[in-house]
Design a protein around this ligand. Structure first.
Ligand code: ADP
Ligand code: MG
Length: 331
């Protein structure tokens, strides 16, 4: 693999949490119902994602590792995509920055395995696996010590992984998520678990909210449901009296994707302007849904920003939707 490829890969894979995000998104796109994520040493030495999704046929494993190869686009309309991935960059990027092994079994096929080291992949081998996919990434950035130096402590990297998992778990309440720290030689320590939620979407989201943000928040949260000019806002927001201290607990989604968008976060703050002091962050899990043509989620592959065609409308929807719910609750 050339240096050019490694540098390009570094932009998609900044740290262990970004590798976890790509791998878990792939598992979700594969229709997985159960996703288990294991890591060691903050993800620096090991990241392993196991799913029960559709799997990859042995013959397709080399293709899955080649740049810009994706099974998720039919070539018709780039904006109308409902899967997380569509660039075909994650697996080749991960293969360029760590020791990557994919073991997979698609229905009607035998299990198979492929390994990549330094961007070069070995031949496909048979592998025993009942279904789904296991992706193992070891020794992230082993070939680029300069990048290793920029990683934070194991604890901070592990926290970032937990944050990614919680965001994706909020986005996919019907999927079971388990996160385990397998550092050292013990059996591993479960860091987070969310069983698959049941019922309709509203119930499922509320149940998942309890898993992710805790029972106290879930039981005191205001249900939000508002609409404006083709944008739909749903979710839950904290009562002004509920506070998680200075911890940021803001889960924002656009068309089902977790985002950390400045405009959306600013609108959320704006809605609570009269209630919260400057160092407090309103806790919320909010979903903005709209026609895919009204938003560009394609701004940057790794940074979860979006660009709305009319940001003013979205901002107004969030501020008025939340203020309306707060007023109804007597605030
Ligand atoms: P993208 O997700 O943008 O398509 P990736 O590099 O992340 O690109 O993955 C390449 C391809 O490998 C995917 O399009 C998909 O066909 C296949 N793939 C990756 N991970 C999985 C998985 N966990 N289960 C099934 N197929 C997968
Ligand atoms: Mg992908």
């Amino acid at each position: 693999e050339t240096a050019i490829n490694r540098i390009a890969a570094g932009e998609v894979v900044e740290r262990p949490a970004s590798a976890v995000k790509e791998l878990v998104e792939n598992a979700i796109d594969a229709g997985a119902q159960r996703i288990t994520v294991e890591y060691a040493d903050g993800g620096k030495t090991l990241i392993r994602v196991t799913d029960d999704g559709c799997g990859i046929a042995g013959d397709d494993l080399p293709l899955a590792l080649s740049r810009h190869a994706t099974s998720k686009i039919d070539g018709s309309d780039l904006l109308n995509i409902h899967s997380f991935g569509f660039r075909g960059e994650a697996l080749p990027s991960l293969g360029a920055v760590g020791r990557l092994t994919i073991t997979s079994r698609a229905q009607g096929h035998d299990g198979a395995e492929i390994s990549v080291i330094g961007g070069k992949h070995a031949a496909v081998k048979p592998a025993g696996l009942s279904a789904g996919t296991v992706v193992t990434l070891r020794d992230l950035f082993y070939a680029t010590p300069a990048r290793l130096k920029f990683l934070r402590t194991d604890r901070a990297e592990a926290q970032a992984i937990g944050d990614v998992i919680k965001r994706l778990a909020m986005a996919e309440p019907f999927v079971r998520f388990v996160l385990r720290d397998v550092s050292g030689d013990g059996a591993g320590r479960e860091v987070f678990r969310a069983e698959a939620e049941q019922g309709d979407l509203f119930d499922a989201l509320h149940g998942r909210l309890r898993q992710v943000l805790g029972r106290e928040f879930a039981e005191n949260a205001l249900a939000i449901d508002a609409e404006r000019e083709g944008f739909h806002l749903t979710g839950f927001a904290a009562l002004p009296t509920y506070s998680r201290g200075s911890a940021v607990a803001q889960y924002l989604f656009v068309n089902g994707r977790p985002v950390k968008d400045k405009m959306l976060m600013g609108a959320l703050r704006g809605a609570y302007f009269d209630f919260l002091s400057r160092d407090r962050h309103p806790a919320a899990a909010l979903f903005v849904d709209c026609d895919p043509n009204l938003v560009d989620v394609n701004v940057h592959p790794a940074k979860s920003e979006v660009r709305f065609r009319d940001p003013g409308v979205v901002r107004g929807l969030i501020v008025s939707g939340l203020r309306h719910a707060l007023a109804n609750a007597g605030h």
